[in-house]
Design a protein around this ligand. Structure first.
Ligand SMILES: Cc1cc2nc3c(=O)[nH]c(=O)nc-3n(C[C@H](O)[C@H](O)[C@H](O)COP(=O)(O)OP(=O)(O)OC[C@H]3O[C@@H](n4cnc5c(N)ncnc54)[C@H](O)[C@@H]3O)c2cc1C
Length: 414
């Protein structure tokens, strides 16, 4: 793959940069981009994010890879990457659409009816409505197919009861996509059905969860007799697992390498500024060796992501190999944060952005990266996926796979 812009990409880059310069201020290249989950999400910031998305939509810069009929621009993945690189140079509101645009939109495109595509996708691209993902439950995360939120048919509606958890952005979302148990007599993966739910429907209660980093990015969501029209079912009755897999495959690509991959430059700068034994830390051979390790890994991640990108731009769909970037990148982010706090010495224990080097970027990452190692598939689950589906090693033993779901012990005491 040639990493330089083609003449067409260079022309697109110039056009994108010119449009951005007309509408937003450039970001200070030395500024630290905050990445603390839940910290910037005041009502005012959410509205700014929505207005920014709508402006992009109105002027032809939203959801670049989506087909035009759904509000996108019908462009390739490489143009989207060029756009992302250019947008990152400008001081724009936070992106509150990674779940909607990165995961749920593609799921509606793959499994939705023509009516559903027409009803939801343009609005999703325009951005005045926000979407969340309602998959995990207190007893079903890695083992998602063990979920228990029930959906019972009643006339032209379904009635939902149960609890979801860790639902990112549910507190400012208009729509959610939920996987439910519609047939407890069927085997675990076969009794699931996937729906689109109106987050303001009667019977939905959203309780924010306070995080270790002070943010409040995700929630518990309770469903008590929530009525969902059958017209909101995505895919067939009992076909929810297949639909959910489409969401999850897109999720791993959307999360990508995450963690530390883009932070090497900041770590290098810190090592140049910090002091160890009265000298710049960068002169210490142990520090240099550690930096070299991080550099090699982050380059490996960058080129692996280019490989995925070139496969996707040739029309491939996201597959299990999409797990590799996150399996390596998220733990690396945590290791880099740990190392950065060590470099800061006693200051590493403080978290006041006005005092701590680099606006407490590494303190934020130290508290935030454990979450990245869990969200969208934990380290262990990603390694299982790589082992079984990329390397074709023997699968884990799954004794509950073919049993009717109601016969699987719950572990809860009644
Ligand atoms: C920042 C963040 C945002 C999130 N956003 C959302 C969201 O928007 N919507 C949503 O639905 N969910 C969301 N989640 C939830 C996330 O998908 C789950 O936390 C994740 O799937 C893990 O599930 P769990 O927390 O139940 O842990 P568990 O599945 O209980 O895992 C506990 C431990 O056991 C290990 N383990 C489990 N099974 C195996 C196995 N078979 N082999 C080896 N080890 C195993 C795990 O790796 C882990 O270390 C989010 C989570 C985080 C941290």
């Amino acid at each position: 793959m040639d990493f330089n812009d083609t003449p067409q990409e260079a022309a697109f880059r110039t056009k994108a940069r010119a449009w951005l310069a007309q509408h937003v201020k450039p970001r200070d290249p030395d500024a630290i981009a905050a990445n603390v989950l839940g910290e910037r999400e005041s009502a005012e910031v959410i509205q700014q994010a929505k207005d920014w998305q709508t402006l992009k939509f109105d002027e032809g810069w939203a959801c670049l890879t989506w087909p035009k009929e759904y509000g996108g621009q019908g462009l390739g993945r490489l143009e989207a990457v060029v756009w992302g690189q250019e947008e990152a140079r400008f001081d724009t509101p936070p992106n509150i659409y990674s779940i909607g645009h990165g995961m749920l939109g593609p799921t509606i495109m793959a499994h939705g009816s023509d009516e559903q595509k027409a009803k939801y996708l343009r609005d999703m691209a325009r951005g005045q409505v926000v979407w969340c993902q309602l998959f995990s439950e207190p007893d079903a995360g890695s083992d998602l197919a063990g979920l228990r939120t029930s959906a019972v048919r009643d006339g032209s509606d379904w009635v939902l009861n149960g609890q979801k958890i860790w639902s990112t952005g549910a507190h400012f979302s208009d729509w959610g996509m939920i996987v439910t148990r519609s047939d407890p007599n069927a085997a675990k993966h076969a009794g699931l059905t996937y729906f689109i739910v109106d987050m303001r429907a009667k019977g939905i209660e959203i309780r924010p969860i306070k995080q270790i980093n002070g943010g409040q990015g995700f929630n518990e969501v309770f469903f008590s007799d929530v009525r969902v029209p059958d017209a909101n079912r995505l895919g067939g009755v009992g076909d929810g697992w297949r639909v959910a897999i489409t969401t999850l495959m897109n999720e791993r690509v959307a999360i990508g390498a995450g963690g530390g991959a883009g932070r090497f430059r900041d770590l290098l700068k810190l090592a140049q500024q910090a002091r160890r034994n009265g000298r710049p830390a960068i002169e210490d051979s142990a520090v240099r060796q550690k930096l070299a390790d991080f550099y090699i890994k982050s380059k490996g991640l960058q080129f692996t992501s280019y490989r995925t990108l070139s496969a996707l731009s040739r029309g491939a769909t996201p597959g299990p190999e999409g797990s590799i970037g996150k399996a390596i990148g998220a733990p690396m982010g945590q290791e880099m944060a740990h190392f950065a706090l060590e470099l800061q010495g006693a200051m590493g224990g403080a978290d006041d952005g006005g005092v701590v080097p680099q606006e407490a970027l590494w303190q934020g990452m130290y508290l935030g990266t454990p979450g990245l190692r869990i969200a969208g598939g934990t380290d262990e689950i990603l390694k299982n996926i790589i082992a079984e589906r990329v390397l074709r090693l023997p699968p884990e033993i799954r004794v509950d796979k073919d049993k009717p779901f109601r016969e699987i012990p719950t572990g809860s005491v009644k």
